[in-house]
Design a protein around this ligand. Sequence first.
Ligand code: UD1
Length: 377
Amino acid sequence: YRIVCVIAARPNLMKMAPLLHAFQAPDTQVETLLVHTGQHYDADMDTQFFSTLGLSEPDFRLQVGSASHAVQTAEVMRRFEPVLEQTAPTAVLVVGDVNSTLACALTAVKQNIPVLHVEAGLRSFDRAMPEEINRLLTDQISELLFTSEASGTSNLLREGIAAHRIHFVGNVMIDTLLRQLPNAPTASAILGQANLAGFLPAGAPYALLTLHRPANVDDPQRLRALMTAMVRLSDDVPVLFPLHPRTSGMLKQYELGHLLDTPRLACLPPQSYLHMLGLMKHAAMVLTDSGGVQEETTALRVPCLTLRDNTERPVTVSEGSNAIAGRDPAVILALCRDILRYGGKAGRIPQYWDGHAAERVAAATSNWLQSRRERRP
Ligand code: UD1
């Protein structure tokens, strides 16, 4: 069997690494080919992750780069189609909810190639999020759907997906986290490398901030309000802020860069995976609008405030260390001060976030491949 596996943007890399590893087990009888669409392309958003995660050089690079949603999605489809013609895979495996996830899934089903979707069923119920559209549509055209939390399974059942196609396997990104955590450096080591050794005394508490959602950073009023709240938070606790390229672009475009000139707020370039793990693990709290970071802080049992009005990952709130803080600066600051005073929520680890999710994906895929062969005349 041959499975074409698709990666595109930074968070896909952490999800795909354990899957490729799990498919290498000889009893799966699967050969994988890796396709990188090139949605992310900067070294600090992409290349530097490969060696840490043990990812091999992709077999195909589509080099689509950045563009509007329509152009990016269309370019991925245009460039992915000949790869499928050339490789004739048994199935295509996609992860997550980025534009390339949907583009590759759609290209594959149009060629009658079954799609396997890992991290299926997550729903924010907010269709203004580009990822929500990608999630809904990818799931509707997938053959096997692997869910990371119970809400994913119930969402899919409600949307009419047959139960036998859905496999609750747990969280593949947490497979990577558990494998890599022993290699994560301390915050002081990371700051030392970034020439910020004096910013934080060793062991002192700090808040870690990440922001990149279009709903937060593409709107100048909202971006200004959130950043002003973070400047005020830095009076209470130093803030470390690795800047996503979308966010640094928007801060420049809206002339808000001066908000970063705050003594106790330190901007960092996009961080390597291990640095990000180290920064999260040792933080007093994490403030984020990322999906993956909500899950990683839950796995690390570090208090997380999500700077959005919803989450597609509700288990991080019902069981994990996450809380929905919304976008109102006064509410966010009050929640931060609570955490600083009382330590915040540690939560518990959700079911199957145990380091073996990718093995469950490989096992269920093998069974499915086997049963398809038996059904064939
Ligand atoms: C994409 C995903 C989002 C995911 C995020 C993780 C979609 C719709 N969005 O958002 O779900 O959470 O990746 O990071 O698929 N840029 C660079 N260098 C790069 C890549 C992007 O500078 O390597 C800049 C470009 O100006 C680009 C902008 O970032 O226009 C946005 O990139 P894009 O891939 O369109 O979306 P993200 O915001 O990264």
